[in-house]
Design a protein around this ligand. Structure first.
Ligand code: PLP
Length: 483
């Protein structure tokens, strides 16, 4: 089976570059150039400005998505097709946000859309009863990921993570969940610990009672053997009821924004076996994007449970699900008399015919077209071009990719050290740079995720990548101290 990752980046070298990036003074865009980028929004995006200002009266922050750019104001997108987005003012952008990852085939992919419309015409968006596509999707996932012996479809990745840890606790009779600091597993109460920045604990947990987090623990990315590393936590938990599960994003936190060593997952698996804790792979991003066998296929590791989102509904709504070992998954169906208490999950719109059919046909199309590998090759070309530009300009920035998941680090926001007394001022300063970078890329015709992450798709032809590299080059040339 083919995978999107052509080579594993040298993690130690990346971490050294990240350290340098956060130690050195930040390198923002030159003020005169930033004025030009901001002028783009004023002169070319008046309808976006007006509509999102009107929306701000009724929508907190003026936009419903965390991933949308708010600086200097959000863009109002009217059309999406393949590698491109168009805003309501008619400006075209290369789309490296790709909705946050689900569209490996490219945006608004016709063959899947046509199938979905057919299903919609036949039975509408929801019946609450069984539809053939539920079975077809579950069977297709199992064909590509044999460790996903059974699959329960849910409404989102957040729900699926909640379901996975609940099933793990019910099955093992233990409470403790260990996650990697910096990882994002959705926004459910129990998993908002160490979100985005490792060691940040309950920093993002406003509105969440401490008690909800009392059984969640975090360890630093790659820290298996340290004093507070995974091994030590598992050992300590042994005399405190044991560990129900360890949950990881297989590329590292935030889709590899904090990259992990190539053998990280294997070491986590071995420790889970030693302490009979379950291993949960959060494949919300990696599921089908890295290849049809997911990260578990790429790393050749058997997780006990796998969390799905995004691609599992082919970029259509209600994208989530949990799958894995038959004995654990069966608890979702257990009930009184079944010898095991049921793991309760649900959702009026979960596994509706549209989401199930969209996932099924999208995965079939990925199989037919080899989309994950093509998207990965586009990621390789984009990354090589960015690395060459960074080197040529002598910038302390760095770029790396795991196939179609690419990181362009210009500020190191997620690498800041929470124990640094200057953490907060640095956080604010670097967040501002991230915002400015994102705005500058947009003005150069490129949409990114938060100004530092890029998802490529099958639609990213060599011509698209060339054009994007030109845009990135212009922005990077306008950084302070260049030239
Ligand atoms: C690794 C990971 N897990 C879980 C989630 C949550 O998924 P959703 O946004 O569908 O709730 C995300 C979302 O970006 C994610 O990247």
């Amino acid at each position: 089976m083919a995978y999107a990752i052509s080579h594993w980046p040298d993690t130690d070298a990346l971490l050294a570059k990240a350290k340098r990036l956060v130690t050195e003074p930040p390198r923002p865009i030159r003020r005169d150039k930033m004025q030009e980028y901001l002028a783009y929004f004023e002169t070319k995006c008046p309808r976006s400005k007006a509509s999102t200002a009107a929306a701000a009266q009724f929508i907190p922050g003026g936009v419903q998505h965390n991933l949308a750019f708010n600086y200097p104001f959000p863009l109002d997108i009217a059309r999406a097709e393949g590698a491109y987005l168009w805003d309501v003012d008619g400006n075209r952008y290369i789309d490296f946000l790709q909705a946050g990852g689900p569209t490996v085939l490219g945006s608004n992919y016709g063959p899947v859309r046509d199938k979905v419309i057919q299903v919609l015409n036949e039975c509408g968006p929801v019946t609450g009863l069984f539809h053939d596509y539920e079975y077809k999707l579950a069977e297709l996932i199992n064909r590509h990921m044999p460790h996903v012996e059974m699959f329960r479809m849910l409404g989102s990745g957040t729900e699926a993570c909640m379901a996975a840890i609940r099933a793990a606790r019910n099955f093992t009779g233990r409470s403790k969940i260990i996650k990697v600091g910096g990882a994002y597993h959705g926004w459910s109460d129990q998993l908002v610990l160490g979100t985005r920045i490792p060691g940040s604990g309950a920093f993002e947990a406003a509105g969440i009672p401490e008690s909800a987090l009392q059984h969640t623990q975090e360890f630093y990315p790659n820290d298996i053997d340290g004093e507070n590393g995974l091994h030590a936590l598992l050992e300590r938990n042994k005399s405190d009821g044991g560990t129900a599960a360890v949950i990881v994003e297989p590329l590292g936190p935030e889709s590899g924004s904090r990259p992990v060593q190539r053998d990280f997952n294997a070491r986590v698996r071995a420790l889970c076996d030693e302490y009979s804790a379950l291993l949960i792979f959060d494949e919300v991003v990696t599921g089908f994007r890295l290849g049809l066998g997911g990260a578990q296929g790429y790393f050749n590791i058997k997780p006990d449970l796998t969390v799905f989102g995004k691609c599992v509904a082919g970029g259509f709504p209600a994208a989530g699900g949990v799958g894995g070992r038959r004995d654990i998954m069966s608890t979702f169906a257990a009930g009184i008399g079944g010898g095991q208490q049921k793991t309760l999950v649900g959702g009026t719109l979960s596994a509706n015919p549209i989401s199930a059919a969209a996932g099924y046909f999208a995965i079939l199309e990925m199989e037919r077209t080899n989309a994950p590998v093509l998207a990965g090759q586009a990621g390789d070309k984009l990354c090589a071009g960015l690395q060459a530009t960074i080197e040529k300009l002598g910038l302390p920035f760095f770029a790396y990719n795991h196939g179609s998941v690419l990181h362009l680090e210009t500020h190191g926001l997620l690498f800041l050290d929470v124990s640094d007394p200057e953490f907060f001022p640095k956080l604010l300063q670097r967040r501002k740079i991230a915002e400015e970078m994102g705005a500058a890329y947009s003005a150069a015709g490129i949409i990114t995720l938060a100004g530092s992450r890029l998802y490529t798709s099958m639609a990213d032809t060599d011509a698209v990548i060339e054009q994007a590299l030109g845009g990135f080059r212009r922005v990077l040339e306008s950084v302070e101290g260049v030239g």
